[in-house]
Design a protein around this ligand. Structure first.
Ligand code: PLP
Length: 442
C-alpha cells in the first residue's frame, strides 16, 4: 500500500542519483527525523545511520546548538553577499577558523554551496592562475579511474565513474584519467602492492612525458576515494606520486569533501597520507550537513597572482549569489567550534580504531572479497568467488541485497556499484553504537 506522501513523491519528485525505474517499483523510503546517530522513517522505525547521510552528518542529527545559531543568524542578518568587497561577520569568522584547521599556510577561503561547485571553482582558479602567470597552455587536469569529484559539467568530467559520463555528452578534452588506485580490483595476478604502486607511478610519468609537463596544470585527488568505493591508496602510493607532481610543477588539488574534518582519524586525509596539496576542497562535514556550504583553500602564491591579474581588469569575475551565505557560514563556524570543544577529531580516531578492529573478522566472511578502512570509514567489497577475486554478476544486485538486508536489520549502509558496502557513520558515534553497527552489519 503506497502512502499518500510516497505517491506524491513518485508523481512530483525527480530523485537525483537514483535508479529511476527501480524507484517506481520500490517506492521511496521517507525519513522523518533524526537524533544523534539514529534516524526514523515515516512509520516510526529506528535505524542506525551508518552512512552519515551522504558521508556528511559528522555531528549527528538534532544538534540544537546548530539550530539555534541558524535561527539567530536568520533573524539578525539572513543574507549579505561577499560580492564587490562587501562582507559579513560569519564568513570572516569561518575563514579565520579554517585558516587554523587547514594545513596550507596563509590560505584564503572561497565559499560555495556544494562540493561540486567548489571543485568546479578549483578548475577555474587554476586556469586563471596559469593565465595570470603567462602559462595559458598549462591547462589539462589529471584525475583517476573511480574518482568522484561532483556532477557539474566540469566535475562530472573529472569523475572517473562511467555512469556519470554516459548519455551526458560532457566535454572531456582537457581531462586525463589515470588508472584507479584500487589495488584489490586492478592488480595483475600475483602483482604485489609495491609493484602495483610502481605501475601507477610509471603510468603518471608516461602521461606527463606524452602530454608535456608544460600542458598539465593539476591533478585532482581524494586522499582516499569515498563514493568511488572506499578505495584506500595502496601503501606507499602518495609517497611515490607526490614527488612526480612536484618535479613537474603539477598542482595537487586535494578533494577533502569526504575525508575532511576527522573522517580518517586526523583533521584531513592529506595529513593521514602525507600528501602536500597546493589547494583543498571542503564541504559535507564542514557544516555537518546542517547547511549547504563548501570551501576552496587558495594558497598565497595563487591568490597573489590572481589578485594581480584581476587588478588589470578590475574584477575577479567568479562567485555565487550564496558564496559566503551568512547563515551557512555561521552554522559551519559553530560546527567546527563544537568539534574543537568536544575533541571530535580525537574521538573519531578512537572510535575509528574500534570500528576497524570490530569489522576485521568480517574479512573472513565468505561473501567479503576485500575489507578495507581507516578511521570511521570502511568498505566491504563482496565477491562471488573469494579466492579468485571474482565479482558477482551486476544483474545479481548483490550489494543492493546486502544493503536492503542491513536496512531490515535497522542499519543504513550504502551499496556502491561493484558490490561495495560503504560504512561511514557520524563522527559522534560511541563505543556501544560502533558495536551495534558491526553486529547489525554482520
Ligand atoms: N568530491 C567528493 C570527494 C565527493 O564525495 C562529493 C560528493 O559526494 C563531491 C565532491 C561533490 O559534492 P556535492 O555532492 O556537495 O556537490
Amino acid at each position: 500500500m503506497t502512502s499518500t506522501l510516497a505517491q506524491q513523491d513518485l508523481d512530483h519528485l525527480f530523485h537525483p542519483a537514483t535508479d529511476l525505474r527501480g524507484l517506481r517499483e520500490s517506492g521511496p523510503i521517507i525519513w522523518s527525523r533524526g537524533q544523534g546517530v539514529y534516524i526514523w522513517d515515516q512509520d516510526g522505525r529506528q535505524y542506525l545511520e551508518g552512512m552519515a547521510g551522504l558521508w556528511c552528518t559528522a555531528l549527528g542529527y538534532g544538534e540544537k546548538e546548530l539550530a539555534r545559531v541558524a535561527a539567530e543568524q536568520m533573524e539578525t542578518f539572513c543574507y549579505g553577499p561577499l560580492f564587490a568587497g562587501r562582507s559579513n561577520e560569519p564568513s570572516i569568522r569561518l575563514a579565520t577558523r579554517l585558516s587554523r584547521w587547514v594545513p596550507i599556510e596563509g590560505a584564503r577561503f572561497l565559499f560555495g554551496c556544494s562540493g561540486s561547485d567548489a571543485n568546479d571553482a578549483q578548475i577555474k582558479l587554476i586556469r586563471y592562475y596559469y593565465n595570470a602567470i603567462g602559462k595559458p597552455e598549462k591547462r589539462k587536469i589529471l584525475s583517476r579511474g573511480n574518482a568522484y569529484h561532483g556532477v557539474t559539467v566540469a566535475t562530472a568530467a573529472l569523475t572517473g565513474l562511467p555512469a556519470f559520463h554516459r548519455h551526458f555528452d560532457l566535454p572531456m578534452d582537457d581531462v586525463i584519467h589515470l588508472g584507479s588506485p584500487h589495488y584489490y580490483r586492478f592488480a595483475e595476478p600475483g602483482e604485489s602492492e609495491a609493484a602495483f604502486v610502481e605501475r601507477r607511478a610509471r603510468e603518471l610519468e608516461e602521461v606527463i612525458e606524452r602530454e608535456g609537463a608544460d600542458r598539465i596544470a593539476a591533478m585532482i585527488a581524494e586522499p582516499l576515494m569515498g563514493a568511488g568505493g572506499v578505495i584506500l591508496p595502496p601503501a606507499g602510493y602518495w609517497e611515490r606520486i607526490q614527488p612526480i607532481l612536484d618535479r613537474n610543477d603539477i598542482l595537487l588539488i586535494d578533494d577533502e569533501v569526504v575525508c575532511g574534518f576527522g573522517r580518517t582519524g586526523q583533521a584531513f586525509g592529506c595529513q593521514t597520507y602525507g600528501m602536500k596539496p597546493a589547494t583543498m576542497t571542503m564541504a559535507k562535514a564542514l557544516s555537518s550537513a546542517y547547511q549547504p556550504i563548501s570551501a576552496v583553500a587558495v594558497p598565497p602564491f595563487m591568490y597573489e597572482a590572481i589578485e594581480e591579474a584581476a587588478g588589470g581588469v578590475g574584477l575577479f569575475a567568479h562567485g555565487l549569489t550564496y558564496s559566503g551565505h551568512p547563515v551557512a557560514a555561521a552554522v559551519a563556524d559553530r560546527n567546527l567550534e563544537l568539534m574543537e570543544e568536544r575533541g571530535l577529531v580525537e574521538h573519531a580516531a578512537r572510535m575509528g580504531e574500534r570500528l576497524q578492529a570490530r569489522l576485521a573478522p568480517l574479512a573472513d566472511h565468505p561473501l567479503v572479497g576485500n575489507l578495507r578502512g581507516i578511521g570511521l570509514i570502511a568498505g566491504l567489497e563482496l565477491a562471488a568467488d573469494k579466492a579468485a577475486r571474482q565479482a558477482f554478476e551486476p544483474s545479481a544486485k548483490m550489494g543492493f541485497k546486502v544493503a536492503a538486508a542491513c536496512l531490515d536489520a535497522g542499519l543504513v549502509v550504502r551499496a556502491i556499484p561493484g558490490d561495495i558496502i560503504a560504512v561511514c557513520p557520524p563522527l559522534i558515534i560511541n563505543e556501544v553504537q560502533v558495536d551495534e553497527l558491526v553486529d547489525k552489519l554482520s
